[in-house]
Ligand binder design. Structure first.
Ligand code: SAM
Length: 354
């Protein structure tokens, strides 16, 4: 019941898909159809929308506007993508240049992948074939891989589209990749399987099999752990392994790690363990400072989960499920529960010639 209430107070977010339309085209369409932009934090009616002050190209609508929006030609022609505010943070923070070589390690259903492609295309000269960069999108699950390819094609992100797209999907387990085969890759998105415990409004998330809130929280006699604790421990180990593997890519400079979980075991704890890993030490990985990780976003990491490492809490982002959805009107900062951390590595300084 609480989740239902929160969902009713969360705006429906749409992302302008720059692969198919410009911001001006979308705003003109909205004006022609009597939608008006409001400057307040609350969205009062079905014909109002607000612009995100945190992520460019994101518009917030009243949840009751959803069915009308889904019937528009703007939606049918993929000028817009229904994507939650929180789910737009990772690609926006990774912010690859137009000519970057990018890996999305865990891609399906592909909203963040196509967001990456759209960001790169918007930075290119916007002429056909001018986005020289590439996104290799891995997905290990066969069914989810099919969904990924279909979605990428629909929004114009597939490289074989021959026009705007630059994404090359590969059905592959990221952990089986050999980092040295990807010597050109500089940017990576890592949004691995998680408990999904932050998701209030599931519309733009494709449900995976495991769902922590469906686990009975009973204590296992052998270990003294509840099923929930065991699952979070296993997920944390898997997520750490994925980050440590990412750290080995030789030219990689930036990795954005995200989950839609509210549990510190999948978030701050994984980040702190990754920073203390052998790979972080060997290759010089650290967290990007707050100034590079949407500094305007007010909710940062949980300091209680960071022990002595208070700077970790400052540098990462959390979204509280339902956010500031108090009062009747959906608030422009309300979204699903989410976590984002951005790891960076400085290129080794070249020694002067002796
Ligand atoms: N980034 C996606 C989006 O925004 O649309 C959502 C990703 S979902 C949270 C995680 C995905 O990673 C799942 O589709 C899962 O099958 C895939 N996955 C998990 N482990 C993987 C691995 N080792 N290699 C490749 N894909 C993996």
């Amino acid at each position: 019941a609480l989740y239902h209430e929160m969902t009713a107070r969360m705006p429906r977010w749409i992302r302008i898909n720059s692969l198919r339309a410009t911001r001006d085209e979308v705003l003109a369409w909205l004006a022609e159809h009597s939608y008006t932009q409001v400057e307040t934090d609350g969205i009062g009616g079905v014909k109002e929308f607000a612009v995100s002050r945190h992520v460019q190209g994101l518009l917030a609508f009243h949840p009751k506007a959803t069915s009308a929006l889904l019937q528009t030609e703007m939606y049918r022609d993929n000028w817009i993508v229904m994507q939650d505010l929180a789910s737009c943070f990772p690609a926006y923070i990774l912010d690859p240049p137009a000519d970057a070589q990018v890996v999305d390690a865990t891609s399906a259903p592909g909203n963040k992948t196509s967001h990456l492609s759209a960001i790169m295309f918007a930075k290119s000269s916007r002429r056909i074939g001018q986005s020289e960069g590439k996104v290799v999108a891995f997905e290990r699950d066969a069914v989810r891989y099919k969904t990924l390819v279909k979605r990428l094609a629909a929004v114009g992100a597939l490289a074989k589209d021959g026009t705007t797209g630059n994404v090359v999907p590969e059905r592959r387990d990221f952990l089986t990749t050999n980092p040295t085969d990807f010597g050109e890759v500089t940017h990576m998105l890592l949004d691995p399987s998680c408990s999904g415990s932050g998701i209030v409004n599931r519309l733009d998330f494709l449900k995976e099999d495991d769902d922590v809130d469906e686990l009975e929280d009973t204590v296992a006699a052998e270990t003294g752990e509840t099923k929930l604790q065991r699952r979070l421990r296993q997920l944390g180990e898997f997520q750490l392994l994925m980050i440590r593997h990412a750290f080995k890519f030789p030219a990689l400079r930036k990795v954005v790690y995200s989950t839609c979980s509210v549990h510190a075991q999948e978030n701050e704890s994984v980040v702190i363990r990754a920073l203390h890993s052998e790979e972080a030490d060997k290759f010089g990985w650290r967290l990007a400072p707050r100034s590079e990780v949407i500094p305007t976003w007010p909710v940062r990491g949980d300091p209680d989960a960071c022990g002595e490492e208070k700077d970790v809490a400052e540098n990462v982002i959390r979204c509280i499920p339902g956010g500031k959805g108090e009062g009747d009107k959906p608030h422009v900062e309300a979204c699903n529960g989410f976590f984002v951390a951005c790891f960076v590595k400085h290129a080794p300084t070249k020694r002067p010639l002796e």
